[in-house]
Design a protein around this ligand. Structure first.
Ligand code: A3P
Length: 250
């Protein structure tokens, strides 16, 4: 373990925020009991983690938020199920920038250009987005793996839910699927204190965890020069990864 600055320390090559994690917590996780009935949601921060958690909980409780349960133990699968949620990285930087401004656990970013530079260098929480997605993509065939994107969920939530239901082997009636959709819509989740990290100290009363929930907000924050620089780095770092991203809502 090494300390990078006051904000982060590195553990097994990944940056962790010192106000949230300790080396002891991370070591304990090495002994966490994993059952072959577990579903893992893997994301880089700000890619839709809480949204997918809500979706999985609702699918397993037949769309009834009052009955949220863990996955029934008898539904065994040959390998652990992993759902990886990816999001276009320009929207991730913007979402993360505002999240850092909002939560007291984080140091406030100096400004957006500085934060963007750190993101591209991997000098941020959980290190480099490019390494994260590349490594998970490279290992996907070793697991029972479903690759989802934030953008496909935004564009067609029903079709996305059906895909997730098929993957986890759970069939829901149209009525139950409607209920899942209703409870994991942006506006419904925005009213949910749990989904909004209520109780976690904020820097000011302004803003919420569920901020905008849109595709393409980066266009409101990137300059043309920043976008072009990002595109160049993206093309270089992702040239051998055959993944397509949706960058705007049109
Ligand atoms: P924005 O900051 O762009 O609004 P994570 O859970 O990985 O931290 O991701 C947070 C991002 O997912 C935030 O993006 C948040 O608004 C968005 N999000 C959460 N729930 C959502 C939902 N039901 N529909 C659309 N976006 C959602």
């Amino acid at each position: 373990m090494s300390t990078i600055n006051n904000q982060y320390f590195q553990y097994e090559g990944c940056n962790f925020v010192s106000t949230i994690y300790t080396k002891e917590h991370l070591e304990q996780l090495q002994h966490f009991e994993i059952k072959d009935t577990d579903v893992f949601i893997v994301t880089y921060p700000k890619s839709g983690t809480v949204w997918m958690q809500q979706i999985i909980s609702l699918i397993y409780s037949d769309g009834d938020p009052a009955a949220v349960q863990s996955k029934p133990a008898m539904e065994r699968v040959p390998w652990i199920e992993i759902i990886y949620v990816a999001r276009n990285p320009k929207d991730i930087v913007v979402s993360s920038y505002f999240f850092h401004q909002h939560l007291a656990l984080y140091e406030s970013p100096k400004d957006f250009p500085d934060f963007l530079e750190k993101f591209l260098d991997g000098r941020v929480e959980f290190s480099c987005w490019f390494d994260h997605i590349r490594e998970w993509y490279a290992h996907k065939d070793e697991f029972n793996f479903l690759f989802m994107t934030y953008e496909e969920m935004k564009k067609d939530l029903r079709a996305s839910l059906q895909k997730i239901c098929n993957f986890v082997g759970r069939q829901l009636s149209d009525e139950k699927l409607d209920s899942v959709i209703e409870h994991c819509k942006f506006n419904t989740m925005k009213m949910n204190p749990m989904a909004n990290y209520e109780g976690i100290p904020k820097k000011s009363g302004e803003g919420t965890f569920l901020r905008k929930g849109t595709i393409g907000d980066w266009k409101n924050h990137f300059t043309v020069a920043q976008s072009e620089m990002f595109d160049r780095i993206f093309q270089e770092r992702m040239k051998d990864v055959p993944l397509e991203f949706i960058w705007d809502n049109e």
